[in-house]
Design a protein around this ligand. Structure first.
Ligand code: KIV
Ligand code: ZN
Length: 509
């Protein structure tokens, strides 16, 4: 059996199914480029039949990515497969990923099909996809809750029809590691032609076991892991890339397999995903959480000073975590900025550098030391959010112990400037009320959180809002040394994301 484990990243597809995590095309392209540099074998770029926006994003990613395979998801229908192929056909290494459910629960209540009908659909879908490309993956949705003997029959038929990868998903995050590992062994032992395909697993984290299940599956012989950065994804999320890769990397004695991942790119990739989606990484998250390498207890610190091996099983540098560098100040020039951004992994065009440089100078006038986190926020706001409908042009707020809080806002809506002023319970409430009036929005603020991007009293405030309108949920992020401005930017970003979602509704079955 090969000792290579393929990493199939679905941050752009299953990851985008996290409530509120929609990304625009510029953001998806940026992330796809980062995933390619990270060394993932497959980038699942989206679900082209879901919306025009998804189709366009997958096509653009397919045109840009050269080293990783680019996959498009498709239900087991000719229409979906045509859409997926329409988008991925431009890729240097295109892949069609088609799926149908195989558990009796799904067959009875969702598909209203017999087991034989599902096999027919699967075979027809794989055969059709194979007529378009050699590279076809078949997934048995809800595989972990399917009858193992039936699952083996479906896989056997899919491989005979041309599937080069068969995927066993734990769609609802129900499996237990020992059980899932045994199921993988059973599938390998009882699918006669399994040697002609790679067996993949795709786990969800509803019981917090996605990584454990994936590792058990690899131990049992699976050779592809479907993962997302930071573990984002539908409901409780998917298996996280960084956890699987670092478990393999750190426990070679137990798992004698290899991936192609450049581990030093893990942390920058994690930052990019959280910056783009607005989904924060919990501080105690393994590998990429803010506390993952922080030693607090005195006894641990003492041990670390004597020898890091006492309490550290991985080096922070291995995952690309370097101490936040004190970098540029207001006298730094364009050249220094470009070279630092390149070190951070951002290759910007001259026009993009112009935008970042102007924002950097503005910030450096207000904040003595501009850190990596500040630059990332500038890039998120200045470069990645270029297709915005709403833009904050001006904000003035009065607040204090004796005045009624009032906000005056100028907003540009599709390039047309509009102004308004209104009151609120506090300066942030007044700001949000005014923006809502101008944008003619009924959105409900579900969550508001604020944190400091870096240390120091002049740190930028980073605000995250969660907005809901007409059943759609979007996250918005903004940062600025002035927390009211950061709040306004976050609210406007949330409205832009709602607007994007309205035009590009996410659909998964
Ligand atoms: O969770 C799941 O079953 C999926 C499939 C489409 C692979 O995401
Ligand atoms: Zn999934």
């Amino acid at each position: 059996m090969s000792d290579r484990v393929y990493i199939f990243d679905t941050t752009l597809r299953d990851g985008e199914q996290s409530p509120g995590a929609s990304m625009n095309i510029a953001e998806k392209l940026r992330l796809a480029t980062k995933l390619e540099a990270l060394g993932v074998d497959v980038i699942e770029a989206g679900f082209p039949a879901a919306s025009e926006g998804d189709f366009e994003a997958v096509s653009q990613i397919a045109k840009k990515i050269k080293n990783s395979e680019v996959a498009g998801l498709a239900r087991a229908t000719k229409e979906d497969i045509d859409r997926a192929w329409g988008a991925v056909q431009y890729a240097a290494r295109p892949k069609i990923h088609t799926f149908i459910a195989t558990s009796d629960i799904h067959l009875k209540y969702k598909l209203d099909m017999s087991r034989e009908q599902v096999i027919e659909h699967a075979v027809e879908a794989v055969r059709y996809a194979k007529s378009l490309t050699d590279n076809v993956e078949f997934s048995a949705e809800d595989g972990s809750r399917s009858d193992p003997d039936y699952l083996c029959k479906v896989f056997e038929a899919a491989i005979a029809a041309g599937a080069t990868v068969v995927n066993l998903p734990d769609t609802v995050g129900y499996a237990i590691p020992e059980e899932f590992g045994s199921m993988v062994k059973y599938v390998i032992a009882n699918t006669p032609n399994i040697g002609k395909a790679i067996l993949s697993v795709h786990c969800h984290n509803d019981l917090g076991l996605a990584t454990a299940n994936t590792i058990a599956a690899i131990g049992a012989g699976a050779r592809q892991a479907e993962v997302t950065i930071n573990g984002i994804g539908e409901r409780a999320g998917n298996t996280s890339l960084e956890e699987v890769v670092m478990a393999i990397h750190t426990r070679r004695n137990f798992l004698p397999v290899e991936t192609n991942i450049k581990t030093e790119s893990i942390y920058p990739s994690s930052r990019l995903v959280s910056m783009i989606t607005g989904i924060m990484v919990q501080p105690n998250k393994a590998i990429v959480g803010a506390n993952a390498f922080a030693h607090e207890a005195g006894i641990h610190q003492d041990g670390m000073l004597k020898n890091p091996m006492t309490y550290e099983i991985m080096k922070p540098e291995t995952v690309g975590l370097t101490a936040s560098k004190l970098i540029l100040g207001k006298h730094s020039g364009r050249h220094a900025l470009r070279s630092h951004l390149t070190d951070m992994g951002y290759d910007l065009s001259s026009e993009e550098l112009d935008v970042v440089f102007t924002k950097f100078k503005n910030l450096a006038d207000r904040k003595k030391h501009v850190m990596d986190e500040d630059l990332e926020a500038i890039i998120a706001e200045g470069i990645l959010r270029t297709t915005d409908v709403f833009k904050l042009e001006y904000l003035q707020v009065t607040a204090g112990t004796t005045v009624l809080p009032m906000a005056s806002v100028k907003l540009s809506i599709k390039g047309r400037s509009v102004k308004e002023a209104s009151y609120g319970n506090g300066p942030i409430d007044a700001t949000f009320n005014t923006i809502k009036k101008l944008a003619d929005s009924d959105s409900e603020l579900l969550r508001f959180s604020i944190s400091a991007l870096t240390g120091g009293t002049d740190a930028q405030g980073e605000v995250t809002v969660r907005l809901k309108e007409n059943g759609l949920i979007a996250l918005g992020k903004g940062s600025d040394p002035d927390i009211i401005t950061a709040s306004a930017l976050a609210f406007v970003n949330g409205l832009n994301r709602l607007e994007y979602l309205r035009d590009n509704p996410l659909r998964h079955e």
